[in-house]
Design a binder for this molecule. Structure first.
Ligand SMILES: C[S@@+](CC[C@H](N)C(=O)[O-])C[C@H]1O[C@@H](n2cnc3c(N)ncnc32)[C@H](O)[C@@H]1O
Length: 267
């Protein structure tokens, strides 16, 4: 494996430390009790980080998101780990009746509200809601959506951070997504190359400390694939991605089988 691939993530790591340290220290100085709450501290770092990274990451993934989300999101859309709500900008308003942004980090909520309102989705009109739980908190999600009340689930660079991803994805598909609904994802996942997987596992403890628990080499596509009965499975890589990239991306559309539908596997 090339040295540039092995150590490629250090540019991002250095930038992350640079942009988060001073603003986070200022907040900790005002609120020293945060030091006793590592989860809150990690969310503070992630919020500061996303203020600097969010726009660039969105720009970088735009072609994949336009191809995946715009034509396939419809009805009630649940956006897992909404961040600053960038997903809402890819929704076709004539096909999406409600945008539900699930984001456990409350420091992001103001950004989400602003982005959704600008895109024409508002709480007053009932076309927008924020859920401040994690994707694993199925009872809270059901209270907002009802059982099988969501037509589309979108996950962009979030399933790398959820606890127990296999179980979380299974429950979301089983309990939240309506039969015939779409599960759309754009995620960095486990590489198909053994030596790259080794380095993904090696760097994860350091990387996840700065990036809110993000695991580099999760087998997310397999977890989604195994999560339920699908009538369509369609996953593709990112155009021109270096096979040695530690952040190996897959974009996919999986359609939940309606009860009596036969299963067909495209990819
Ligand atoms: C890398 S950011 C991606 C944000 C957004 N999806 C985007 O692409 O711009 C990951 C997001 O997942 C959120 N997150 C972390 N743990 C989560 C969980 N258990 N359930 C749902 N979201 C979570 C983080 O707060 C963060 O906003």
């Amino acid at each position: 494996m090339k040295l540039s691939s092995i150590f490629g993530l250090f540019t991002d790591l250095r930038f992350a430390i640079q942009v988060t340290t001073i603003p986070a220290l200022k907040v900790i100085f005002r609120e020293p009790s945060l030091l006793l709450h590592p989860r809150e501290l990690s969310r503070l770092f992630m919020a500061k980080l996303w203020e600097r990274f969010g726009y660039f990451v969105d720009t970088n993934c735009r072609p994949s998101k336009e191809a995946l989300i715009t034509p396939n999101a419809h009805g009630v859309v649940l956006d897992l780990g909404a961040g600053h709500g960038h997903t809402v900008n890819y929704l076709d308003h004539s096909r999406v009746s409600k945008y539900i942004a699930l984001e456990p980090n409350a420091l992001m909520h103001e950004h989400i509200r602003k982005t959704a309102n600008t895109a024409g989705y508002t709480e007053v009109a009932g076309s927008f809601a924020i859920l401040s739980c994690g994707a694993e908190d199925i009872p809270t999600i059901i209270r907002e959506t009802g059982r099988h009340g969501v037509d589309t689930i979108v996950s962009v660079l979030t399933l790398c951070s959820v606890p127990d991803p296999a179980l979380t994805i299974h429950n979301l598909v089983e309990e939240i997504l309506r039969p015939g609904g779409n599960f759309l994802f754009y995620e960095h996942v486990r590489s198909p190359l053994k030596d790259v997987i080794w380095w993904q596992n090696f760097w994860t403890p350091i990387w996840s400390t700065f990036f809110d628990g993000c695991v580099l080499g999760r087998d997310t596509v397999k977890y989604i694939s195994d999560a339920g009965q699908w009538s369509l499975k369609d996953a593709v890589g990112k155009a021109d991605e270096d096979p040695e990239n530690l952040f190996w991306h897959q974009a996919g559309k999986y359609v939940k089988a309606a009860d009596e539908e036969p299963q067909s596997v495209l990819i």
